[in-house]
Design a protein. Structure first.
Length: 191
């Protein structure tokens, strides 16, 4: 798969809940590889961005699978960790507002999104073994973002009526403020 297979708002699938995986099959493993290929192809088209994660719904597959980059600091390390049926068990700590982007939000729109600083997450790995994680900081933010996708929620849904929360990536890779009206005009909000 390629970056062209990544769907963007206002595509209706991004607003639907994904289905649980009951049995991990070769098809599930192929889905994970397709997600990895699409994320890396997207990344190759962006000089200032790295594909940190992707949910299956973003390639129009309504299955509860997400992949997360194994190393956020090394663009050369293209390994991803797959999480099947991920769930947030508990959110903890302060709510912190940080910038987020999304492969399914076009127009290079970013948002200043409030998220919990810590999360407890459970999921299955590719072999079907349950894994439980206590995560904080950037990883907690990523997992909240991706698990939102599996529930039909995009980061922009957390920002409705937040007039100073939108930004755009410029040619140098810096974020610049975008007016609320300009953000709305892109079609990223629910009707």
């Amino acid at each position: 798969m390629t970056r062209d297979d990544i769907i963007t708002l206002p595509h209706p699938s991004l607003r639907k809940r994904s289905e649980r995986i009951h049995v991990i099959t070769d098809e599930t493993k192929k889905l994970i590889e397709d997600m990895r290929s699409a994320a890396l192809d997207w990344e190759d088209s962006r000089p200032h961005e790295i594909a940190v994660a992707l949910a299956a719904v973003q390639i129009n597959r309504l299955e509860r699978v997400v992949i997360v980059r194994a190393d956020f600091d090394n663009k050369g390390n293209q390994e991803f960790i797959a999480l099947i049926n991920p769930e947030i068990v508990k959110l903890e700590g302060a709510i912190v507002t940080e910038h987020e982007g999304c492969l399914s939000v076009g127009h290079q729109i970013y948002g200043a999104v409030p998220r919990y600083q810590k999360a407890r997450v459970k999921a299955l790995d590719e072999s079907g073994h349950e894994i439980r994680m206590k995560v904080s900081g950037f990883v907690a933010r990523i997992l909240q973002h991706e698990i939102d996708h599996t529930n039909g929620i995009c980061f922009v849904d957390h920002l409705k009526d937040t007039y100073d929360a939108f930004f755009k990536l410029n040619d140098k890779g810096d974020l610049e403020p975008v007016t609320y009206d300009d953000a709305i005009s892109t079609g990223i909000f629910r009707d």
